[in-house]
Structure formats: C-alpha cells, structure tokens
Design a protein around this ligand. Structure first.
Ligand code: MRU
Length: 348
C-alpha cells in the first residue's frame, strides 16, 4: 500500500492525520488541494511529499487550459511555486518540482505534456521505493543480531512512497532474521513515532517499545541502545542534517555515550547547494500542535500561552557517525564522501 499514488486520474493519499485509529484514503484532482494536503500533513515525510508534489505537477498540466507551450510552461512554473511553498524544510519538494519542470521543458509538443508529466511523476514514485530498498540493504549491514535501535519520528512506508529510509533499514535487518528491538520515540508534538511508527512496526511484527521522548537519554546512558537511526528532510553538503525536532538532542547524547548515530538519507534529500546546515530553512508550525495535547482529558497548558514550535532542527555533522544512502554509506569528511555518493546517482 503506497502512501501516495495515482488512481483514476487523481492523486490518492493515506490521510496520516487519522492514524492509528482510522485508515482512510483521500483523492485530489486539483494541485492547490495537493499543496494544502502537504501543508496540513495529510501526507508527510520528505520523500512522500516530494512524490506528492510530482503528482501535483501532473495534475497542474491536466488542469491547464493553455494551448501553447510557453503558456503551459508558465502555468507549470506557477504551480511548482505553490507546491514548493507548502513546507520549506524538506528539499524533496523542490527536487521533485524541478525534475518535473525540466521534463516538461524537454517536450516540444504541448499536447503531450500532461501524459509525459504523469509518466515522470510515476517514475519518481517508483524510484523512491527502489531507492529505499537499496538504502535498506546498505544500512542493515550496520545492525547486529540482538541490537536495540533508537528511532525518532516516522521514516517508514508512510514517510516515503513505500518501504522507508531508517525504518526501511530496520525492516531489512528484521527480514534478514536479525533479532532486533526498536525503541520508538513518541516524537512530540505531532506524535509521528507513537501514531505512525508504532503502527507500522506492529503491522510488520517487528518488536518495539514506545518511549516518551524525554526517556531516550536514560536508555542511552544505561547501555540499552546500540545504534540511533533517523531520517532527514535536508542534508547540507558538509553533512549537517536537518530532521524532526529533537534529533539534535539525540545525536549529542549518543556521542556522549559512544553510540553510533546514522541518518538514513536518500540522495534526493541531499542539498549540495547549501554548504552548511545553517542555511536550511526551519519550518515554524502552529501553536495548537503543542497545546492540543490533553492531560487526563483536560488541556495540558493554560489558554493563551506563548508557544514556539520549530518542526525541525539541525544536527551538526560532528555528531554524525555516517550517512546511509542508496549508493552506500558516507563517512567523514562528508563534504567529499557525500558529494561522491550524490553525484554517482546524478550521473546515471
Ligand atoms: O514533519 P514530518 O512528519 O514531515 O517530518 C518527517 C521527518 O522529519 C522524517 O524524519 C524525514 O522526513 C525523513 S522520512 C524518510
């Protein structure tokens, strides 16, 4: 089951806001609605929103009334701007939109562009699944029989088109017969760990324990974690990694306790145009994501409190042991190794 795909002329997504209590799929036939679904996190996770934006561009081509090539390309560029503006941190959005625009620009016959873009969006989605499986094999080599893995946010089939990045590594290691255990950070404020990762691991019968985010340091200091695996929304050329808020704290504590810390990052998530993570835009989300939580059925915070809600943080590369990609694992110095692995993909 794919988190996002194309069915009967529409973009279909699993509504991830409703999981785990309800499994519902929603269809969109207007790219503006796809952008809104990305903003509202119906679909979420860097690779999944990249694929959704790809299908959004295919919708935009079908929605266009332009008869001439230049008019259609101008509409597609405008649609691309709307889709890219939906969420700022994950580079997969602009990566996917740029790929679709370049494909449209190569087509000289305007009437062919809607079908050509749909085929390209479909190829992008299919490649995402294949890339995650390759990444999973590289990453699984780091996992030993009996390991306990600490995991943050949701990086699974839901966060990608299918299979997952860090969770794909876990899935591969489990499939290889390794007896592993996963400590699942609940991942405040939107609880992607508790709601989505726990749901996926349960479906796959992979042993796990759900922990409050605040417990992660305790488990690391008391020798109960062998490796930390996370995803990324954008990784800079020097190996600085933007990922779900709370990742930085895990990396620092992991380093303090001699525990390896590996972000699992498809090359589509690497932004070589940014020298360091300081240039990565960090999304600030609505205050009610933090205050909505209830304590024994009552609001957890007084009404009207001031809230800060950055959705991501940046982990400096000094805390990163290695970066797992579909082309292999990059080790320091990342500005050399990561570029080699990314360029290996882009030369294909
Ligand atoms: O805000 P989200 O849920 O979209 O954030 C998702 C993450 O931070 C993931 O770790 C990241 O996108 C990588 S998922 C393969």
């Amino acid at each position: 089951m794919r988190s996002v795909g194309w069915y009967n002329g529409k973009v279909r997504m699993i509504d991830q806001r409703l999981l785990p209590s309800e499994f519902r799929q929603v269809d969109y036939d207007d790219y503006h609605d796809v952008a809104q679904a990305i903003r509202a996190m119906v679909v979420r996770g860097a690779p999944a929103i990249g694929a959704a934006a790809g299908f959004g561009m295919a919708l935009a081509a079908r929605q266009s009334q332009s008869r001439d090539r230049e008019g259609l390309l101008a509409e597609l560029r405008a649609a691309g701007d709307v889709l890219c503006a939906a969420r700022p941190t994950a580079v997969n959005l602009s990566w996917a939109v740029t790929r679709l625009l370049r494909r449209a620009e190569r087509e000289s016959y305007p009437a062919a562009i809607p079908d050509v873009l749909l085929a390209e969006a479909q190829a992008l989605a299919d490649e995402d699944v294949e890339v995650n499986k390759r990444l999973g094999i590289h990453g699984a080599a780091l996992i030993r029989d009996g390991d306990t893995i600490l995991h943050h946010c949701n990086t699974g089939a839901l966060a990608t088109v299918d299979y997952g990045t860090a969770l794909g590594v876990i899935r591969t290691a489990h499939g290889q017969g390794k007896r592993i255990h996963v400590l699942v950070d609940e991942t405040r404020p939107r609880l992607q760990g508790a709601r989505l990762t726990a749901w996926e691991l349960q479906q796959e019968s992979i042993p796990f324990t759900l922990i409050a985010d605040n417990a992660a340091g305790h488990f690391m200091r008391t020798g109960q974690v062998n490796i930390v695996l996370v995803g990324s929304d954008r990784t800079a050329a020097n190996g600085d990694v933007a990922n779900k808020i709370g990742t930085y704290k895990l990396a620092v504590v992991a380093r303090a306790n001699g525990i390896p810390f590996y972000p699992c990052v498809p090359t589509s998530t690497v932004d070589l145009s940014l020298p360091t993570g300081d240039d990565i835009p960090i999304e600030e989300r609505a205050a009610d994501e933090v205050t909505a939580i209830a304590y024994q059925g009552r609001p957890a915070a007084p009404e009207g409190v001031r809230v800060a809600n950055p959705a991501f943080d940046v982990t400096p590369h000094a805390y990163v042991t290695g970066i797992v990609t579909e082309n292999g694992i990059a080790y320091p110095p990342f500005d050399v190794s990561l570029r080699q692995l990314v360029e290996f993909s882009r030369e294909d």
